[in-house]
Design a protein around this ligand. Structure first.
Ligand SMILES: NC(=O)c1ccc[n+]([C@@H]2O[C@H](COP(=O)([O-])OP(=O)(O)OC[C@H]3O[C@@H](n4cnc5c(N)ncnc54)[C@H](OP(=O)(O)O)[C@@H]3O)[C@@H](O)[C@H]2O)c1
Length: 317
């Protein structure tokens, strides 16, 4: 028996994995250590289903975790002394980003539009773990509401230096049914909000000469998507804003990037389950996988003006 096999067996025993599951996992093509780490992280279901080794980031994170350095995960920079604001942070992708930021030590402002209960229960969960968070309801399409939100955030925790523009709506329409009101509301919520929040956040970031902005775009910025042309336009606009701001802020210690997920399992995709057939990887992405990409951008001082796509193999840049 190799050292890898011994470690694998020890992890399976510790995690109460049955001998049959252990045997099936070890028959996969990955290294026994990777199979063991997937058990360690609770990701063995995914490993098991796909028979693929856990990817390098998870592997490294787990090695750090195993050494008790939870705050030093490769994809989670240490964000103690930072203040983050996540628009649309109460549910779905935004909530996963909020949890990752709080887990990395940031004080987090959770913006939402109307579901106060969801936002407050996220705050309670973070505080229970020893983190700091507040929830602020504000329509990010309205400039007054945005300015007021940033003022309240600064009063609570100090100036925001990490901004994740995630709030968005998806009004599914065929060309014949698409109205001017649908178009205007989509552009206001998905695109104009990104402009308003960046303008509100930038003065403090520029004073500090440090800032991280991550905008949540979509595969629909470059592909046809399933929502409609108004949604395509709003997301393509986000990527234009991202490049435009990034280029002008590059010398001020502020990075601006975008993450473009395709089909992610959230409330937004509830009615779109049939779309899974289009994904080469055979499943929707998870909000945590998007959060992982966001965290890696926040931890990277050299990457700016870029869009990272998460498409399960549907699109390649
Ligand atoms: N899910 C996907 O497959 C997918 C794919 C590509 C891109 N995206 C993008 O990823 C982002 C998050 O998507 P999701 O699937 O997590 O969405 P979701 O589950 O529908 O959550 C949307 C969030 O945005 C908030 N929100 C909506 N309009 C707002 C407004 N005017 N002001 C403030 N907050 C507002 C909601 O607040 P309330 O809870 O109060 O309503 C909620 O927190 C969106 O920009 C979306 O376009 C999603």
């Amino acid at each position: 028996m190799t050292t890898f096999h011994r470690i694998f067996r020890w992890i399976c025993k510790w995690k109460c994995i049955s001998r049959q599951t252990e045997a099936e996992l070890i028959d996969g093509p990955g290294l026994p250590l990777e199979a063991g780490l997937s058990v360690f992280s609770g990701q063995h279901e995914i490993y098991f289903r796909e028979y693929r080794p856990v990817h390098a980031a998870t592997y490294t994170s787990l090695m750090h975790l195993a050494k008790g350095r939870q705050s030093d995960r490769m994809t989670s920079p240490n964000l103690q002394n930072h203040v983050a604001l996540v628009t649309g942070g109460s549910r779905g992708i935004g909530a996963a980003v909020v949890r990752s930021l709080a887990g990395a030590g940031a004080a987090v402002v959770i913006n939402y539009r109307e579901r106060t209960d969801a936002a407050q229960s996220l705050v309670a969960g973070i505080e229970k773990q020893g983190g700091r968070a507040i929830a602020i309801g504000a329509d990010v399409a309205q400039n007054d509401a945005v300015v007021d939100m940033f003022n309240r955030a600064a009063q609570a925790f100090g100036p925001v230096d990490i901004l994740v523009n995630n709030a968005g709506i998806a009004i599914t329409r065929n060309i014949d049914d698409l109205t001017e009101a649908d178009f205007d509301r989509t552009i206001e919520v998905n695109l104009k909000s990104v402009f308003l929040c960046m303008q509100a956040a930038l003065p403090a970031m520029r004073r500090k000469r440090w800032g991280r902005i991550v905008n949540i775009s979509s595969g629909a910025a470059r592909g046809a998507g399933s929502i409609g042309p108004h949604y395509n336009a709003s997301k393509a606009g986000i990527e234009g804003l991202t490049r435009g701001y990034a280029a002008r802020l590059v010398k001020e210690g502020i990075t601006v990037n975008a993450v473009a997920p395709s089909l992610i399992e959230t409330d937004m995709m509830k009615e779109q389950q049939a779309l899974v057939a289009r994904i080469p990887l055979g499943r929707f992405g998870t909000s945590d996988e998007v959060a992982q990409a966001v965290m890696s951008l926040i931890g990277n001082a050299y990457m700016t003006g870029q869009t990272i796509a998460l498409s399960g193999g549907m699109a390649f840049n």
